[in-house]
Design a protein around this ligand. Structure first.
Ligand SMILES: [Cu+2]
Length: 388
């Protein structure tokens, strides 16, 4: 019997060693907050273990020592009988008070204050927005804004092919941050509550629609750090990982400048005339990454939650009204502005002009829809500016 138990323990240990280094302990901390919380955890574990051993030792000793079979007679008294008893009641109380307020209280207090101090000496700000089911990252000082979408192939999720190394923990555009800088992270959401969580940062904070909440990170080691949305936020909850890439300062600056350039080029792209083929090709890609989770790859939807776009009255309706405005509740309006109170969010702030024009054109000419028309990025840009 004993032998079998030992075997079970051994084989568990062996198989988990094959898994991750995190199997027995917390992930290696890489920020001050994470280091602090781990240190507190370890300290508390020691204190708790010592208390546990002491209390149980006294209890077991007393039970064995004073057992009836050796003829022990219980004492007969009721109520406090004198100074000695007061002493034995108050001393443990004082010891616990000291442990709670001094040994545990001071480090815990210190850590909480540190966690909440998002502003002192912050070097930069990023804004994180949670939406069903992806993250948007913004660098307000640099005018950078992009979406971060899951890249795990659908075949892996369906179980048709083997799972990759970073299954459901991989994205197209990670949040890129410099090492050694204090980054103030502002959090919000557009639809439901999401939670931005990176275990190695020791940071897990709700992103709530209509509120700005904040936290901070100061990453000490370059590397790629992975986490997940930690709030049950709907059907795609498991499909919105958080991936942060921490780069040394110089590399970060290079990345930032390249990204700015890329976004400027994309904005310039909105001013030229696009061919329908170009829009269709681009739209197919946008659709797969932004819309297919709900409306499904073939546009068939998942009724009743998500309507089909194939044969949809809205998609097959007119593009614009006679005077060039988006038809109320029409295709352009729905994609730009979403529909309040439903999972169909407004895409006007999360997609650029080219992406919007491309995905709308794509939907009108795919899944058996044959409108034959198209909308130019420049038209979207004009509509957007009018609405401002
Ligand atoms: Cu979420």
């Amino acid at each position: 019997m004993k032998r079998r138990a030992a075997l079970v323990v051994l084989s568990c240990a062996a198989s988990s060693m094959a898994h991750a280094d995190f199997q027995w302990n917390f992930p290696t901390p890489v920020t001050p907050i994470a280091r602090d919380t781990l240190a507190i955890h370890n300290e508390f574990m020691l204190i708790i273990t010592a208390l546990f051993v002491a209390v149980f030792a006294i209890m077991i000793y007393s039970m064995v020592r004073h057992r009836k079979s050796v003829g022990h007679e219980p004492a007969k008294f009721s109520g406090p009988t004198g100074a000695v008893q007061w002493f034995w009641a108050l001393v443990p109380f004082a010891i616990l008070l000291f442990i709670d307020f001094v040994l545990m209280g001071i480090p815990a207090f210190h850590a909480v204050i540190e966690m909440e101090d998002t502003k002192t000496k912050a070097d930069m700000v990023v804004k994180v927005t949670g939406l069903q089911w992806k993250w948007q990252y913004e660098y307000p000082d640099d005018g950078i804004r992009f979406m971060s979408n899951l890249t795990t192939p659908p075949e892996q999720i369906a179980g048709a092919t083997a799972k990759g190394e970073n299954y459901l923990l991989e994205v197209d555009n990670p949040l890129v941050l410099p090492v050694g800088k204090k980054v103030r992270v502002l959090l919000t959401a557009t639809d439901v509550i999401h939670t931005w969580w990176v275990p190695q940062f020791g940071v897990k904070r709700d992103a709530i629609p209509g509120f700005i909440r904040e936290t901070w990170v100061k990453i000490e080691e370059p590397g790629t750090y992975r986490g997940q949305c930690a709030e049950l936020c709907g059907k795609g909850h498991g499909f919105m990982p958080v991936v942060v890439q921490a780069l040394p300062e110089a590399e970060y600056v290079a990345w930032r400048d390249a990204k700015k350039m890329e976004l400027a080029q994309a904005a310039a792209g909105a001013d030229r005339a696009w061919s329908k083929d170009e829009l269709m090709e681009r739209g197919k890609d946008v659709y797969a990454r932004q819309c297919a989770v709900c409306h499904q790859p073939e546009g068939q939807g998942l009724p009743p939650a998500f309507p089909p776009l194939a044969g949809s009255r809205i998609v097959n309706g007119p593009l614009l009204t006679m005077d060039g405005k988006p038809l109320p509740d029409g295709h352009v309006d729905r994609v730009l502005n979403g529909k309040d109170g439903t999972a169909m969010q407004a895409f006007r702030n999360t997609l650029d002009d080219v992406e919007l024009a491309a995905v709308i054109t794509f939907e009108r000419n795919s899944f058996g829809n044959k409108q034959g028309d198209m909308i130019q990025p420049a038209q979207i840009k004009a509509l957007r500016e009018e609405a401002k």
